[in-house]
Design a protein around this ligand. Structure first.
Ligand code: NAD
Ligand code: DAU
Length: 352
């Protein structure tokens, strides 16, 4: 088949990457889509079951830090567009091992930029490197104010420092070499398929097991929650209609204190499992705060709304409810992910 575009998605076996890959493979049968993922602990190929046999989809296991491997890949597939999501993504892990975050997030991104430059050879018509970044690069807000695209960078964790650094390299390639790039900085995502180290699936998993619910510090840190399906739709819009060299903030207009959110998850879980009212909340335990814990994130998403006509479709009470329902209905998935059994899938499907 003569495909209209050859697209590379990095990190397509992760949480957001798998939602994006499924959306694009189904929506664009005229695109050939390669999912490149190292399959770290966060990569789970089972997430991609709905599309694994589609003719326009291919999975390739590989590391964006391995330049030799990337050379061969770019030479073979001559990509027109890259959605770059592969990264170490968990703040708590970055506090334990900052170097891993610098390698994967900074050097990995730089390697991909170099490959694009090399293979596109300044023929940039219909080419795009799309870097998926985070609102954490802007630092921490006080009680008021919102992050805009021009808010100065002020990363405060090794994770956000690595993402900020990769954003700077992406912009440097635009200014220095004219490489067509676009960046989006998004707030906290939630939904099905998220690894249960992140707040929402961790709390639901612990609720299921009647384990304590560890709330960091006073629980009053604020995050702006966006349903993952809305984020990947924004990415589709940015890739197709965004302007090279621009940055777009993506958010859910949905600020909540962590403790409010944990209460909501407790109440939803109690209701859906027919447990006594208040059962879940009794499991809450305030624990030692995360070092350098950013107090508040909140996004001004007016640029993407006004210029690209994107806005979140999922209202938060519907989004949180369907997310809790998904984890409760997919306890086998949670079990496999927490036991490590999901790692067998690559061997069974790709090496059998
Ligand atoms: P995730 O941890 O669930 O998935 C990351 C994926 O990248 C995994 O499949 C992993 O195997 C892969 N990967 C890691 N290192 C790799 C390497 N060296 N080579 C190839 N693949 C590698 O992350 P996520 O939550 O889906 O986030 C995806 C991207 O979106 C990240 O860049 C993150 O910074 C960004 N982001 C996430 C959120 C959020 O709330 N989760 C919000 C804004 C931005
Ligand atoms: O803002 C976007 C970012 O959101 C992404 O770039 C990151 O990849 C993603 O992990 C997420 O970062 P956070 O640190 O905000 O997410 P996390 O789920 O780890 O924590 C959300 C909030 O909940 C945060 O204030 C810390 C708190 N928390 C977290 C955990 C895991 C707890 O109180 N208890 C917990 O056990």
């Amino acid at each position: 088949m003569n495909y209209k575009k050859h697209i590379l998605i990095t990190g397509g076996a992760g949480f957001i990457g798998s939602h994006l890959t499924i959306l694009l493979v189904k929506k664009y049968p005229q695109y050939s889509i390669i999912n490149l993922d190292k399959l770290t602990y966060a990569g789970n190929l089972e997430n991609l079951k709905p599309i694994e046999n589609k003719p326009n989809y291919q999975f390739i296991k590989g590391d964006i830090c391995d330049n030799e491997f990337l050379e061969g890949l770019f030479e073979k597939y001559q990509f027109d567009g890259i959605f770059h999501l592969a990264a170490e993504s968990h703040v708590d892990r970055s506090i334990d091992s900052p170097n891993e975050f610098a390698f994967a997030n900074v050097i990995g991104t730089l390697n991909l930029l170099n490959q694009c430059r090399k293979y596109w050879k300044e023929n940039y018509v219909d080419k795009l490197f799309y870097h998926i970044s985070t609102d954490e690069v802007y630092g921490s807000l006080g009680d008021t104010g919102l992050f805009t695209e021009t808010t100065p960078y002020d990363p405060r964790s090794p994770y956000s420092a690595s993402k900020a650094s990769s954003d700077h390299f992406v912009r440097a390639f635009f200014h220095t070499y004219g490489l067509p790039v676009v960046i989006s900085n998004c707030s906290n995502n939630y939904g099905p398929l998220q690894f249960p180290e992140k707040l929402i699936p961790l709390m639901i998993n612990n609720l299921l097991k009647n384990k304590q619910l560890p709330v960091y510090g006073d629980g009053k840190n604020v995050r702006d929650w966006l349903y993952v399906g809305d984020h990947v739709e924004a990415m589709d819009v940015i890739f197709h209609n965004g302007i090279a060299g621009e940055t777009y903030n993506i958010g859910g207009d949905n600020e909540m204190q962590n403790i409010e959110l944990v209460h909501l998850l407790c109440d939803l879980t109690d209701g859906l499992l027919n447990r006594e009212k208040g059962h879940g909340r009794k499991l809450i335990k305030f624990v030692k705060d995360r070092p350098g814990h950013d107090r508040r994130y909140a996004i001004d998403a007016s640029k993407i709304k006004n210029e690209l006509n994107w806005h979140p479709k999922t209202n938060s009470s519907e989004g949180f409810r369907k997310t809790v329902e998904w984890y409760l209905n997919n306890q086998e998935w949670l079990k496999k992910v927490t036991s490590g059994q999901y790692r067998d899938y690559y061997q069974r499907f790709y090496e059998a």
